[in-house]
Design a binder for this molecule. Sequence first.
Ligand SMILES: C[S@@+](CC[C@H](N)C(=O)[O-])C[C@H]1O[C@@H](n2cnc3c(N)ncnc32)[C@H](O)[C@@H]1O
Length: 334
Amino acid sequence: MRGMTALPDDLRAALDEALDGLGRRDLARAVERLSGRYREGRAATAPILATAGDVAAYAGYRMPATYAAVHAALAEVARAAPGYAPATMADLGGGTGAALWAAQRTWPGLGELAVTEQVPEAIDLGRRLAAASAAPALRGATWRRGTIDPAAPPPAADLVTLSYVLGELPAAERESAVRWLADAAGDEGVVVLVEPGTPDGYERVVAARDTLVGHGLTVLAPCPHDHACPIPRGQDWCHFAARLPRLDAHRQIKEGTLNFEDEKFSYVAASRHPYGRAASRVLRHPLKRKGLVALRECTADEGLADTTVTKRQRELYRAARDARWGDAWPPPGD
Ligand SMILES: C[S@@+](CC[C@H](N)C(=O)[O-])C[C@H]1O[C@@H](n2cnc3c(N)ncnc32)[C@H](O)[C@@H]1O
């Protein structure tokens, strides 16, 4: 987990303005309803974001967190694949556009951004926020009202994202949706799926990962291999955390006192093109003791491994002292 991931200043200002003047009580009620609904984790038979109030509440209390999670996942893709420079992006179930902003920050060269979203009120707010961006690509993003529809031609792009959406799709439709996203990425594009870092979110990500690998893609992150996930089912789950500051409005809506929160997320990024990937991945907070660092790793060939790096290993020990949960290991370039 690396530092704090704050919303870009232009997005934060636009969000504050959009929330300003809305009744805090109504927002808090909408937040309560939405968080209860998301906690249930059931697929949605009707859009969960039903009104403009729901959308404002979502943007205030969830968008900073989904932004931080997607940004963390994309940063790992950029580290694993330094040669990958997407020019176009398709974000499905884009909500108010968190993934767009995260991608634009990761790859400022992204020129064409396209969102597909089923809820018109989310499109309205997402478009309003993006219009306030300093980045021309965000201001010029295309917002299309539509649903994820594997019967339609896939929206071709270099970067295809689905963030916090898989769980809203009926279980029976997830596999075809994931294959469709893989087709949208073509031969050189990258698909990135992000879900809440819960056991259920992880199960959905693992199933999607199997679909992607079965469809001829190779995993770029977080896994250092394309084998079956070595984590024993039901005992643990692969997830990471992104720390984000809580905005004033955010704090009031959530009635919290802490000035930060940790968003737990699970993710997978894959492509037909072998851009590269980590040799291994740190799966827990490293245990740091005097003269040694203990790492829980997912490795390329040996599944899960517990490694101890001692002071005698000098360079590697120095790197291990800096290693964080979620990092590639050893650090790229070593
Ligand atoms: C939890 S929100 C995530 C929004 C955004 N991707 C983010 O990370 O903040 C889920 C979004 O997916 C949209 N969605 C769910 N099912 C969809 C479908 N079948 N087609 C298009 N959008 C869908 C919802 O309307 C909602 O905006």
